[in-house]
Ligand binder design. Structure first.
Ligand code: NAD
Ligand code: UD1
Length: 373
């Protein structure tokens, strides 16, 4: 049994990773400022230190006596990085440096979230880890910066790290309620209510959408590959889907007509993003990824069970509610997620923990991937 610090553990991907670590008997300490994460995402059994990852003292304190760190805390929106450059830079790059600095004291292994956004408009497709990155956004540049600093920390301090370039991750618990949310969560939320969707640009831009259970598998495997050589792996499916095709697929799964509102293309956007799985398959031993339809069915299933009543969108009130700011000077506060904690309703309203049972599209019909309680 090991103890891990998990930054961003109240977020979408972090909550699934926490669940997997706890399920195998590890202890999980979460550092999160709850800016985009939610208290209800804190998994029963995990401990929360509420603090800012770019606050070096808070990170050092949170890192005490752990065996390793999964670093996921970040402002995950490319679009928000365009609008709030310095804030996202502080969290996404300085926050990662604070993690490396704290971990370097005891040479603790760090697995951290990089991004496909680091590639920018690099080519050819599919993108290999050896492709020379050419970020198009500040968010992508900062994620690439994390990788460069991981290498430097490996050379100077022998810090063992492993970086994962997640492509577009989706699944249950991805919050659809902010204008900065991931496209799948927004489309599933809107179309399951029978509402229309916004399409930025011509909709022919493509993404490599990967289900969250596959990302968790990669994170767990990566901890054994953290080394001072600072390896980096793609976490992707190798399957392209256009945003328009995505909208059509979700509409058909929701059995609703598709109403599209065309919007101008976003700044800093990648046109085509498609990864090669070769290196990750060979080194991390990852299995066949969950198919898009199957992952979408599971996401819609979860959304139907947890959907809040329709709120005006985008709503500034809602956005500010989910993005409270925390001063870096504030002392981090600690709380625990024990089963039955009054502020921790589980997704079904019970205190039961949740595990994923994933099988490939070919192995089982869409929709059989679901929550086992
Ligand atoms: P998320 O917003 O759901 O989770 C991020 C978590 O970090 C939240 O709980 C948030 O409260 C926390 N956080 C943000 N700023 C913080 C700060 N200053 N101090 C402490 N905690 C802070 O996002 P996610 O989709 O779960 O992303 C997790 C990681 O994966 C991020 O590093 C993101 O950049 C990366 N990533 C995500 C995707 C994707 O498609 N979702 C793709 C590539 C990379
Ligand atoms: C996403 C992740 C980012 C990650 C990157 C890796 C989020 C919020 N962003 O960025 O953390 O590093 O993948 O590849 O999870 N779109 C619409 N309509 C909408 C919303 C989006 O057409 O309502 C389009 C966007 O313009 C874009 C595509 O859908 O072309 C995907 O957008 P988004 O989900 O925000 O993800 P990325 O910008 O690719």
């Amino acid at each position: 049994m090991a103890t891990y610090l998990l930054t961003g553990g109240c977020g979408f991907i972090g909550s699934h990773l926490a669940e997997a670590l706890l399920a195998r008997g590890d202890q999980v300490r979460v550092l999160d400022d709850l800016s985009t994460g939610k208290m209800e995402n804190l998994r029963p059994g995990a401990t929360l230190i509420r603090g800012d990852v770019s606050d070096a003292a808070a990170v050092r304190q949170a890192m005490a006596d752990v065996d390793g760190c999964f670093h996921l805390a970040a402002i995950a929106s490319v679009e928000r990085g365009v609008r709030e450059l310095l804030v996202t830079h502080r969290v996404n790059l300085s926050g990662t440096l604070a993690v490396f600095d704290a971990a370097a004291r005891d040479r603790l292994p760090v697995v951290y979230a990089s991004s496909a956004a680091a590639y920018g408009d690099a080519g050819p497709l599919p993108l290999e880890e050896t492709t020379y990155p050419r970020p198009l956004s500040a968010y992508g540049a900062d994620k690439l910066g994390c990788e460069q600093h991981a290498r430097a920390a490996g050379q100077v301090h022998r810090l063992p790290t492993c970086g994962l370039r997640f492509f577009n991750v989706f699944g249950p618990r991805q919050d659809p309620k902010s204008p900065y949310s991931g496209v799948i969560s927004i489309f599933c939320d809107r179309l399951s209510r029978g509402e229309g969707v916004d399409l930025y640009g011509d909709g022919e831009q493509t993404r490599d959408f990967i289900f969250v259970a596959d990302v968790v598998a990669a994170l767990l495997a990566a901890m054994d590959h953290a080394s001072p050589e600072a390896p980096v792996f793609n976490v992707c499916t190798g399957q392209p889907t256009s945003v328009r095709m995505l909208a059509e697929t979700v509409a058909s799964l929701c059995d609703t007509p598709l109403e599209i509102r065309n919007r101008p293309a976003r700044l800093g956007e990648i046109r085509h993003s498609l990864g090669s799985r070769g290196r990750a398959e060979a080194s991390l031993g990852l299995g066949t990824p969950v198919g898009l339809r199957q992952g979408l069915a599971a996401t819609l299933d979860w959304m139907r069970q947890n959907q809040a009543p329709a709120a005006p969108y985008p709503s500034s009130e809602r956005t500010s509610m989910t993005m409270p700011t925390q001063s870096t000077a504030e002392t981090p506060t600690i709380s625990s997620a024990a089963s039955g904690h009054p502020s921790l309703p589980s997704e079904s309203g019970t205190a039961a923990s949740t595990t994923w049972s994933a099988a490939s599209d070919a192995a089982s019909p869409a929709g059989t991937l679901g929550l086992i309680r």
